[in-house]
Design a protein around this ligand. Structure first.
Ligand code: ADP
Ligand code: MG
Length: 256
């Protein structure tokens, strides 16, 4: 049995006030083991983003606890959350957020400089991660000089450079065509398999979700069910995901 890296313990998140309350998360508990690639699915409004935002400390829970590496992150004060996020989490954003005026190398270094890593240590770290993601030859280029796939791998390198305990992605393929989606998902999958990174990916898209090892399906702020890939091929897993989506709603034709 692997180490539990993330423990979600009976969390709730309510918006609004008495009389007009939205239970965005209504008592959710689950554990994530180190090295898991967990997908979170559910129709629009089911609570996916709220759940991810609570885990990433962008939002706060109304009740319950979230433990990352055994530390209760719901107890962090507002001063320490920013540091916590930088030191422990990696984010893969939908639009990749690369800065056009910085080289690929400088874009990756950004996360490290903020973490006050000495400049002598930065270059070997960047080279190491660039080798793993096969972007060594473009390190000195600017984002506009490289392909879409290379930009994606740069964004993944930036998410990984701090060696985060957890990598979070909210609809990472949401703005991509199917070719680019497939490339990004393969990259995320290899990060998971080769580097043993733990990944939490929110998606409404069954194809994206089929790259995960396990999927939690949310409905109305609760966990409706979970699906493990086990030894299924990705296409069989994909069919099983679609079957659950027909029950809970969301999926292929759900634009969000
Ligand atoms: P999903 O990402 O699955 O589409 P969300 O987590 O964004 O769902 O939203 C879950 C529910 O919480 C929805 O009913 C949504 O309207 C509500 N909600 C989300 N954020 C807020 C907010 N800041 N204020 C009020 N209601 C919100
Ligand atoms: Mg959302």
């Amino acid at each position: 049995m692997n180490d539990i890296i993330l423990k979600i313990d009976h969390i709730q998140k309510f918006y609004g006030n008495e009389g007009n309350i939205t239970k965005a998360i209504n008592d959710i508990s689950f554990d994530v083991e180190k090295g898991e690639f967990l997908g979170i699915m559910g129709a629009s409004g089911s609570g996916k983003t709220t759940l991810l935002n609570c885990i990433s400390t962008i939002d706060t829970v109304s009740s319950g606890h979230i433990y990352l590496d055994g530390k209760d992150i719901t107890e962090l004060n507002s001063k320490s959350v920013a540091n916590f996020r930088r030191e422990n989490l990696g984010f893969i954003f939908q639009d990749f957020n690369l800065l056009d005026t910085l080289t690929i190398s400088e874009n990756i270094a950004l996360a490290l400089s903020i973490n006050k890593v000495s400049s002598k240590k930065i270059n070997p770290l960047i080279l190491d991660i660039a080798k793993k993601l096969n972007i060594v030859e473009i390190l000195d280029k600017y984002p506009y000089q490289v392909s879409g796939g290379q930009k994606q791998r740069c964004a993944c390198a930036r998410a990984l450079i701090n060696n985060p305990s957890l990598i979070l992605a909210d609809e990472p393929t949401g703005a991509l065509d199917s070719n680019s989606s497939q490339m990004l998902l393969s990259t995320i999958q290899s990060i998971n398999e080769q580097l043993n990174s733990t990944i939490l990916m929110v998606t409404h898209d069954a194809f994206s979700a089929s790259y995960a090892n396990r999927i939690l399906f949310l409905r109305d702020g609760k966990i409706f069910t979970e699906l493990r890939r086990g030894s299924d091929s990705r296409s069989i897993f994909f069919e099983k995901i679609l079957n659950i989506l027909t029950i809970i709603g969301g999926g292929r034709n759900d634009a969000r």
